[in-house]
Design a protein around this ligand. Structure first.
Ligand code: ADP
Length: 401
C-alpha cells in the first residue's frame, strides 16, 4: 500500500511517500517539501533516494501545493508512481485533537467537523492541516485519509496532571487544560527505546526529551504518557528556540503595565522573542549559542539555563514515574548536540544517570550514550514522525478493508 504522509504548516507542505508492506516493512519512495505558500518565490524540493530536485513556481494556496506534489510524484524523472491512483491512502499530521481524539482516526465528515472545532484551541496550526485534508479529498476522491494528532499520545495523562489550578469553570466552559504536543514523536521514540533495550514497553519507565526548536519532555510509564511539559499550548515547559517555557504568569501583567503592551503583544514576545533568542540576544539556534559561548556571557548563561531547567523536569518525572529505566534524546538538539546532552546529564549521577563522554559523541543515529555502570540507559533516537503517521494510516486502512 502506498501511503502519502502530509504535514501542512501555514506556509509549507512537507510530504513523504511510503510503500508499506506491513507496519515494520516499508520503503520511502520519495520525500520533500513545498515552501513559501502564499508568498512570492515558492519552491519545491523533492528527493528520490540520494537525488534532490528543486523547482520554482507560484503557489497561492495549499491545494496548488498538493497538486504540484502529486505532479512531481507521478511524472518525468522525479516520478515514482505511474499515476495518482497508486496513492492508496493519505496520512495527515494534525496538531490539535482536543479531548475528542486520543488515537489516530479515519477522516469522515464528522471527524473533519470535530477537527474544525478544535481549531479554536490551535488557531495557527489546525487551519492549514484542515486545508491539506480538504485539498487531498478533492484531488484524490475516495482515497482513505487518516488524521494523526500531536496531542493524542498524551490522552492518557491523568486528570490531576492536566487540570490547572484556576477556576474549574474554565475547563468546563472552554476545555482549558494540559494537552501536550509532539505526541507522535514521543510515542515513536518510546517504542524504539523498548526495542533497543530488548524489553517490553509495558514494563518500562521512560523520560523522552524532544528537543528541537520546540522542546517538550514526557514521562512515559508502560508505554503511556502520564505527564508532559507542554500544556494548553506549546508555550509551557522548557526553554525553546523563541518560546519562554514556564514563567510566573504575573510577569505578563507586570510587562503590560510597565511597557504599555497589549495581551497580543505580550503573547508575541513570549512566543517569538523569548527562549534561547531572548536570553542570549544572539540567535534562536543553539548551534550559534554554542559557538558564541566561549566569549559571550549571555550565550553561556542560555546553555546553563537550558540544562538546569531540563534537570528539574527530569527530577520531577523521575519522582512521578517512581524510578527510571531510560532517558531518550531526540529532535534537532537531542540528536546533534553532545554538549547539551552532556550538560543535562551531568550532575544527575545520584539518579543513576551516568553519561559516557565517548559514546555521547554520536549524532543522528540510534545509540546508547550511558556508561556501563549507569542504572539508567541513556539513548539517542532520531525521531520519525512521518513513519509513525504512515504506520497508523496503514493500520487503520487495513482494519477498515
Ligand atoms: P523543528 O522543531 O523545527 O522540527 P528540529 O527538530 O529540526 O526543529 O530542530 C532544530 C533545532 O535543532 C535548531 O534550531 C538547532 O537549535 C538545533 N540543532 C540542529 N543541529 C544542531 C547541532 N549540530 N548542534 C546544536 N543544535 C543543533
Amino acid at each position: 500500500m502506498n501511503v502519502l504522509v502530509v504535514n501542512c504548516g501555514s506556509s509549507t507542505v512537507k510530504y513523504q511517500l511510503f510503500a508499506m508492506d506491513g507496519e515494520d516493512t516499508y520503503r520511502v519512495l520519495a520525500r520533500g517539501l513545498v515552501e513559501r505558500i502564499g508568498i512570492s518565490g515558492s519552491r519545491l524540493e523533492h528527493r528520490v533516494a540520494e537525488q534532490v530536485f528543486t523547482e520554482a513556481g507560484t503557489v497561492p494556496n495549499h491545494r496548488v501545493a498538493l497538486e504540484w506534489i502529486i505532479k512531481v510524484l507521478t511524472t518525468g524523472e522525479t516520478g515514482v508512481l505511474k499515476n495518482v491512483s497508486e496513492i492508496q491512502a493519505v496520512g495527515h499530521r494534525v496538531v490539535h485533537g482536543g479531548e475528542r481524539f486520543v488515537d489516530s482516526v479515519l477522516i469522515d465528515e464528522v471527524v473533519l467537523k470535530t477537527i474544525k472545532e478544535c481549531a479554536d484551541l490551535a488557531p495557527l496550526h489546525n487551519p492549514p492541516n484542515i486545508l491539506g485534508i480538504e485539498a487531498c479529498q478533492s484531488l484524490m476522491p475516495g482515497v482513505p485519509q487518516v488524521a494523526v494528532f500531536d496531542t493524542a499520545f498524551h490522552g492518557t495523562i491523568p486528570e490531576w496532571a492536566y487540570i490547572y489550578a484556576i477556576p474549574y469553570e474554565y475547563y468546563e466552559k472552554y476545555r482549558v487544560r494540559r494537552y501536550g504536543f509532539h505526541g507522535t514523536s514521543h510515542r515513536y521514540v518510546a517504542e524504539r527505546a523498548a526495542k533497543m533495550m530488548g524489553k517490553n514497553l509495558e514494563e518500562l519507565k521512560l523520560i523522552t526529551c524532544h528537543m528541537g526548536s520546540g522542546v517538550s519532555f514526557a514521562a512515559v510509564k508502560g508505554g503511556k504518557s502520564i505527564d508532559t511539559s507542554m500544556g494548553f499550548t506549546p508555550l509551557e515547559g522548557l526553554v525553546m528556540g523563541t518560546r519562554s517555557g514556564d514563567i510566573d504568569p504575573a510577569i505578563i501583567f507586570f510587562l503590560m503595565e510597565k511597557e504599555g503592551l497589549s495581551a497580543k503583544q505580550v503573547e508575541e514576545i513570549l512566543n517569538k522573542r523569548s527562549g534561547v533568542l531572548g536570553i542570549s540576544g544572539v540567535s534562536s539556534d543553539t548551534r550559534d549559542i554554542e559557538e558564541a559561548a566561549p566569549s559571550n556571557h549571555r550565550a553561556r548563561l542560555t546553555l546553563e539555563i537550558i540544562a538546569y531547567r531540563a534537570k528539574k523536569y527530569i527530577g520531577a518525572y523521575y519522582a512521578i514515574l517512581g524510578g527510571l529505566d531510560g532517558l531518550v534524546f531526540t529532535a534537532g538538539i537531542g540528536e546533534n548536540s553532545s554538549f547539551i546532552r552532556y550538560s543535562i546529564c551531568k550532575g544527575l549521577e545520584h539518579l543513576g544517570i551516568l553519561i559516557d563522554e565517548e559514546r555521547n559523541k554520536a549524532r543522528r543515529k540510534e545509540a546508547f550514550l550511558n556508561s556501563e555502570e549507569s542504572k539508567v540507559k541513556i539513548m539517542l533516537i532520531p525521531t520519525n514522525e512521518e513513519l509513525m503517521i504512515a504506520r497508523d494510516t496503514w493500520r487503520i486502512v487495513q482494519q477498515k478493508r
